[in-house]
Design a protein around this ligand. Sequence first.
Ligand SMILES: NC(=O)c1ccc[n+]([C@@H]2O[C@H](COP(=O)([O-])OP(=O)(O)OC[C@H]3O[C@@H](n4cnc5c(N)ncnc54)[C@H](OP(=O)(O)O)[C@@H]3O)[C@@H](O)[C@H]2O)c1
Length: 293
Amino acid sequence: MKILVTGSNGLLGQKIVAQAIKHAIPFFATSIGENRNSNCPEQNYCALDITNRSEVMECIKRYNPTHILHTAAMTNVDQCELNPEACRTVNILAVEYLFSAAKEVNAHFQLLSTDFVFDGEKGNYSEEDNVNPLSVYADSKVQAEKLLLMDNYTNWSIVRTIIVYGVGENLSRTNIVCWAKSALQKGETLTIVDDQFRSPTWADDLAWACLEIAQREERGIFHISGPETMSIYALVRRIAEYYNLPTDSLKKSKSSELNHPANRPPKTGFDLTKAKNRLGYAPKTIEETLDLI
Ligand SMILES: NC(=O)c1ccc[n+]([C@@H]2O[C@H](COP(=O)([O-])OP(=O)(O)OC[C@H]3O[C@@H](n4cnc5c(N)ncnc54)[C@H](OP(=O)(O)O)[C@@H]3O)[C@@H](O)[C@H]2O)c1
């Protein structure tokens, strides 16, 4: 097994690199620009802009991986809404380049996707549920999934996940859990929605699942998230309670009051039966991870 990771400077990319090192899995890490993860040896790193078709093909042919774990994406939902062309280039066109390179070298191709492919009316989504994207970001992931779903080449997996959290080095963006902990510690007033329900996912659990799916050569769609669905407000309250931080500065709000550019599904959350049965996936609760943050 020889894996190639895209987006290795991102949160999930960093966790995959860490687990590959821990389990002595040969790997090659790529991301846009220089290597910002000091745990990733320079000899294992190569700058790769996934939107450059010839760079993608050249890099993949040179390393000749058995597995490609594609975590890189334009991940800020509101930025995607405001810059739809950039979003489609990174989240759809680049997947086309990477997937065709994967086919050239006969590698297993793994695409990271999102709970936002659903409209959030039902909740507890299984892999068989119908998608109905509400935003440019969500639609870009649906279109990227389609590239795989409609191809004759079936050596691929799609890993959908929900609010990924954890600590990383020099990340270009934070996540709700780290941000809330820091803001609560500073006593800042936090206005948090109580009408969006999610299952927050410990990045280390997700990285484990991505590697497990790759190692087992699993094909098809997998839903990978934390074990519990809660409102974002309830999540932040649990963080405050865990660290014994005051909650008087915590205010409830509704999504409609925030005027975000992108629409978000009200209630997602995943049915994890497939991941538990096929992979032995056993995700940690919020409280089990907070000491590790
Ligand atoms: N985070 C979540 O809550 C969440 C939820 C559902 C699904 N997902 C999906 O899970 C995957 C991993 O998410 P994450 O949390 O690790 O995201 P992340 O921390 O934002 O990492 C994404 C990485 O992609 C890199 N990237 C962006 N454009 C690129 C390009 N043109 N070429 C090469 N690399 C590029 C970014 O580089 P820079 O670091 O230089 O910006 C970043 O390192 C993504 O596909 C995301 O859509 C995430």
